[in-house]
Ligand binder design. Structure first.
Ligand code: UDP
Ligand code: MG
Length: 308
């Protein structure tokens, strides 16, 4: 499978596969890099995997796995890591938004001895403003929660075999690939790249999908939201003390107003806080439940050019 395995998560990318395989293949070949391309069809419902199979028949450097259904990009990346045989492994999007030429720089840095080479977005390319605003907020929160500069990460990176093994050792199912390479440590460096425009097809992200991604990744990586519950409680406590003293003083001075407004407001505010807190705790319990079930991250239904 070559010295460098390039993992390409692909979900309904029939318009991209052939071109992507050719572009990446040409670039790596011209740079004299011994490579293999590993397409992970994330339960594509179009002809994505048929094309991969066809390519794999004619070119031994191309291989592919196909999931029984859509398990998400995170699962696709991890499946790729598991099936990759290379001494170093890179992950790149199928739509060529990550410029493949950067793979060559990454590879050379790896040869120099770096174990993690992170691709960093120099610009974010053309994105719709809502998406941009949402990612800005999400990255801001994530960065401060996890003490990792999220703007300095992307899914585009190259990992040494050692790092791949370390990530595969992780027992949890809910992972966040982007941040995990930071968490793992190792000797790392970065390369800047300009986000290109999507070659063909549409982005697979829906707005709700993004929100879910944000929530799941924050909670899979950090317990900070639970601390928010505690802080909320402390603030509420201080507020109640102040209000309590004031109420008592008013009562003894016999100037207490009839307090319907205060009471109803307090009830609503406290009720809201409690429900939000329960929601946050409930979310963590749900995640624990998912982890405890220990279901596989993905199910492979077909493979091409993979001996196992
Ligand atoms: N992708 C995937 N599974 C999914 C969604 C996306 O494997 O459920 C792949 C997709 O084929 C592409 C990459 O992840 O190679 C990035 O997806 P996309 O271009 O839709 O996201 P964007 O670039 O808009 O963030
Ligand atoms: Mg894209």
């Amino acid at each position: 499978m070559g010295k460098l395995t390039v993992i390409i998560p692909s979900f309904n990318e029939e318009d991209n596969i052939e071109n992507t395989a050719k572009v990446i293949g040409d670039i790596l070949q011209n740079a004299d890099i011994d490579y293999g391309l590993l397409f992970v069809s994330d339960g594509s419902t179009d002809t994505t995997f048929d094309i991969v199979e066809k390519l794999a028949e004619n070119d031994k450097r191309i291989s592919g796995i196909h999931f029984s259904r859509n398990f998400g990009k995170e699962a696709a990346i991890f499946a790729g890591l598991e099936y990759a045989k290379g001494e170093c492994v890179a992950v790149i999007d199928c739509d060529l938004q990550h410029p493949p030429a950067v793979l060559v720089d990454m590879y050379h840095l790896w040869e120099e001895g770096y174990e993690v080479v992170e691709g960093i977005k120099a610009n974010r390319g053309k994105e719709n403003p809502i998406y941009r605003m949402f990612t800005a907020i999400f990255y801001g929160i994530m960065s401060s929660l996890m003490k990792i500069n999220m703007n300095a990460t992307s899914d585009f990176k190259l990992l040494d075999r050692k790092v791949v093994e370390a990530l595969l050792e992780l027992p949890e199912r809910n992972t966040f690939f982007r941040a995990l390479s930071f968490w793992a440590g190792f000797k790392s460096t970065t390369v800047k790249f300009d986000v290109a425009e999507r070659k063909a097809g549409k982005s697979k992200w829906s707005f709700t999908g993004l929100i879910k991604y944000a929530v799941y990744n924050t909670t899979s990586f950090s317990t900070a939201p639970l601390k928010v519950v505690f802080i909320l409680g402390v603030l509420m406590m201080i507020f109640s003390l102040v209000l309590g003293v004031e109420t008592l003083v008013n009562y003894f001075l016999k100037i207490s107003a009839d307090g319907f407004t205060t009471v109803i407001l307090l009830l609503l505010i406290i009720g809201g806080c409690i429900m939000i807190s329960l929601g946050i705790i409930g979310h963590y319990i749900a995640r624990i439940y998912e982890e405890v079930k220990g279901r596989p991250r993905y199910i492979v239904s077909q493979t091409a050019n993979i001996e196992k």
